[in-house]
Design a protein around this ligand. Structure first.
Ligand code: ASP
Length: 406
């Protein structure tokens, strides 16, 4: 009998084929063909992922909470998760700033004419208003607008209340676990289509954005990618080895499917079903990854933080501004917060970049200088974002297992 190729291999083949076809179309001048006839298949696939993401987050989190049986354990997992997320994101900001400053001081960044830049930033409501908005007033609205932070809050409240209601909530428990089994099947089906999505998106990106890759922003992209790679190799290898007790090679091999998938879809939320499979294969506890991954796909964005730091230093250099140490500290703080506020969807990190620029006084319209290549930045940063989520679920599972064994 013929052996079926594993999903990571299928995705890898689709990615390489996509690049080859994209390059052929780019040189043949068929960019618009890929946009009109290949990209729509990728869009169908991403639509399907978006359609299942709300039920996945909702049921996966409630199911995870119910399996933990005890709100104390949920609290302990929650605190460890958030501390891990905050620490790795702050490290990501520092790495981003170091790489960006090396490039800037070596005069590798191009100085672009910022006066031509056009970009209209969204107005920010401020920290307190954002905090208030996390709490839903109408849960159907939270579901229909796919407001993930609100969906997480709803899952926490329902999960906690079902646990508190004890025996009387048996029916609710069964409904959640039954629904979740159905969602898991649906997820498996949608994931099986991923090579098609990966191939069509890759071919389209390469065919239509080839000019930008070769253009003046290539070095800024290179800087961001070097920082992404450094962060992955340094932070995730160390945490896999030291906290997760698995070899870095095994970790990256296990996480590869989600990394490649995120690279092409540019959405952590859409990658969630694949991240779950990868985390569980790497030995993460199912209950814990059900809780950590949806949270991570919503608030943990190391790649986005790196991108925001690199972009800030680059845009500051276009304005002729040299960032002082105190401004850099401000960049670390605001980029950490901005990355938490970034939704796990395509392009969200660029919108939140405005918050960092505003904090240090760079006109947000300058984002217009990099908007054309955002997808290329986004591919790497999303890939890093999901790797961070998987590494957290592996480490937290290990910590909890150690605690339980005591
Ligand atoms: N696309 C990223 C993600 O989904 C967010 C971003 O734009 O930085 O993780």
């Amino acid at each position: 009998m013929k052996k079926k190729l594993s999903l990571p291999i299928q995705i890898l083949i689709a990615l390489i084929l996509g690049i080859v076809v994209g390059l052929c179309c780019y040189f043949a001048g068929w960019g618009s063909f890929t946009a009109s006839y290949l990209k729509p298949f990728g869009d169908i696939f991403v639509n399907l992922l978006k359609f299942i993401v709300v039920p996945v987050v909702l049921f996966s989190m409630i199911d995870g909470i119910l399996s933990m049986e005890d709100m104390k354990k949920v609290g302990s997992v929650g605190v460890k998760t958030v501390v891990y997320f905050m620490c790795t994101t702050a490290i990501a900001c520092v790495i981003g700033l170091v790489f960006a400053n090396i490039f800037k001081n070596a005069h590798l960044f191009p100085v672009l004419d910022a006066t031509k830049a056009e970009y209209e930033a969204k107005a920010f409501e401020g920290f307190m208003a954002t905090l208030v908005n996390i709490f839903p007033t109408n849960m159907w609205q939270s579901f229909s607008s796919a407001n993930m932070l609100q969906v997480i809050v709803i899952a926490l409240f329902f999960g906690g209340s079902i646990l508190a209601a004890g025996e009387k909530a048996r029916l609710c428990r069964d409904i959640v676990s039954s629904f979740y089994s159905v969602i898991e099947k649906l997820m498996t089906f949608v994931i099986s289509l991923s090579p098609i999505g990966v191939f069509t998106y890759m071919a389209w990106v390469v065919a239509t954005q080839g000019a930008e890759i070769l253009g003046s922003l290539a070095l800024v992209l290179l800087c961001a990618y070097l920082a992404y790679i450094f962060h992955a190799v340094f932070v995730y290898s160390v945490s896999a080895k030291v906290f997760g007790k698995i070899s870095p090679i095994k970790f990256f091999k296990g996480a590869m499917a989600a990394m490649l998938f995120a690279f092409t879809t540019t959405s952590s939320a859409a990658t969630l079903p694949v991240s779950k499979e990868c985390a569980e294969k790497l030995g993460a506890d199912k209950d814990i990854s059900s809780f950590v991954l949806p949270l991570g796909a919503t608030i943990n964005m190391d790649g986005t933080a790196i991108y925001q730091c690199v972009a800030t230093v680059f845009l500051a250099s276009c304005v002729g501004m040299n960032l002082s140490i105190s401004q850099m500290v401000l960049v670390v703080v605001t980029a950490t917060l901005a990355s938490i506020g970034t939704a796990g969807v395509s392009g969200a990190g660029m919108i939140m970049l405005a918050m960092v620029l505003e904090a240090i006084g760079i006109p947000v319209s300058y984002i217009g200088l990099i908007v054309a290549v955002d997808r290329l930045f986004d591919m790497g940063r999303t890939s890093l974002n999901v790797t961070g989520d998987i590494s957290c679920s592996v480490c937290v599972s290990r910590w909890e297992a150690k605690k339980a064994a005591k």
